[in-house]
Design a protein around this ligand. Structure first.
Ligand code: TXA
Ligand code: MG
Length: 335
């Protein structure tokens, strides 16, 4: 729909407007694109069983054809059309974490067009924990293929205005239900391998997963192996346009900031926690991981919009609680 008009409709999560849902579902059933909120980030949805509609997602995002798209369902029986196998491990994980920020990679069902899975034999599926997303899938009556609603390799959107900034005029509709709750993308777990492999860390931690399915394999988040098990793991991903430098030490960060300012370069600073020297464009991030994740992309979007020369980030601690956040920061800092 490039060159078209993007409508924005507000949705209250307390009172889902049936007429707005009907409009959105009608667009989806006729092959259009609708951005909608999930608990993680905003998704760019198309009917997952409609090859041409999914092709449109790739076109408007500028997404490489090698990158498969997650399919979203609102109940497990909808998976009959999507996956060829639903093993006990998937049942157990779904009953514990769905609806929620966990994507399971399973053998692809025959009704799913190859374009959704980038030609691969597996498909990523999840049931999002957001009343608007669930109601939209139900109303559309079809599973929705939905990547994050941003241009390829840019920051994921956690608010409708982020979606608009990246995709205005290129998609049909944005359902705006305010900021998302988790703020970073779902955990992706490949169940086609034994033991299961964590492809992308996210809000559901490794410990949470292991408590249900036993030990899982982790990838070294910095390595890129061929063939790509999950192109979202490409080093540079989830990145603002402004170059990002990462620091484990606040003193080093401040020295770098001063050096840049002496060269008349504009810098944005993302501090970990409070008590930092307050300079222009400095933002103090929360000390608890859930609040940090919820704010992260909005902060990066905001600094990125200021067209600074550089964004300096003080990293949170290198421990399990911060694993997914450090993963996203590391990608934002990769060049
Ligand atoms: O939280 C989320 O997962 C959001 C919301 C909208 O659901 N979606 C999202 O989609 O982050 P996207 O396309 O930005 O990232 C999906 C990731 C990519 O890294 C992709 O490569 C991987 O999941 N993925 C999808 N299907 C896969 C498959 N069959 N095998 C391996 N990786 C897959
Ligand atoms: Mg994405």
């Amino acid at each position: 729909m490039s060159g078209g008009i993007t409508r924005i409709l507000r949705m209250s999560v307390d009172r889902l407007d049936p007429s707005v849902l009907c409009d959105a579902a009608t667009i989806l059933r006729s092959g259009g694109l609708v951005a909608f909120p999930t608990e993680t980030v905003y998704g760019l949805g198309a009917n997952a069983l409609d090859r041409a509609a999914v092709q449109r997602i790739f076109a408007v995002k500028g997404r490489p054809a090698i990158n498969p798209i997650i399919v979203h369902v609102n109940c497990e029986s909808m998976l009959n059309d999507v996956v060829a196998d639903w093993p006990q491990s998937a049942r157990d994980l779904a009953s514990r974490f769905w609806p929620g920020p966990l994507t399971l990679v399973l053998p692809k069902g025959k009704n799913v067009p190859d374009i959704v899975t980038a030609g691969g034999s597996t498909v990523g599926v999840r049931m999002p924990n957001h009343p608007v997303a669930l109601a939209l899938i139900r109303e559309a009556g079809t599973p929705l293929a939905a990547p994050s609603a941003n241009r390829s390799s840019q920051l994921s959107p956690t608010r409708a205005e982020h979606v608009l900034a990246g995709l205005d005029g290129r998609i049909d509709l944005i359902l705006d239900a305010g900021p998302t709750a988790n703020g970073i993308e779902s955990t992706v777990l490949d169940l086609t391998r034994d033991p299961p492999v964590l492809l992308r860390p996210g809000p559901i931690s490794i410990a949470d997963l292991e408590a249900v399915v036993g030990s899982i394999a982790r990838r070294d988040s910095k390595s890129i192996i061929q063939p790509l098990p999950s192109p979202g793991l490409l080093a540079r991903h989830y990145a603002p346009r402004t170059p990002v430098d990462l620091f484990t030490n606040r003193l080093e960060l401040l020295e770098r900031a001063h050096a840049l300012q002496e060269l008349v370069r504009s810098v944005g600073i993302v501090y970990f926690g409070v008590g930092a020297p307050s300079v222009t464009n400095a933002i103090e991030m929360p000390k608890d991981a859930a609040s940090y994740a919820k704010e992260l992309y909005a902060v990066l979007h905001k600094l990125d919009a200021q067209e600074l020369d550089r964004i300096l980030v003080e990293l949170p601690p290198d421990d399990a609680e911060w694993f997914a956040i450090r993963d996203r920061l590391t990608r934002a800092g990769a060049r």
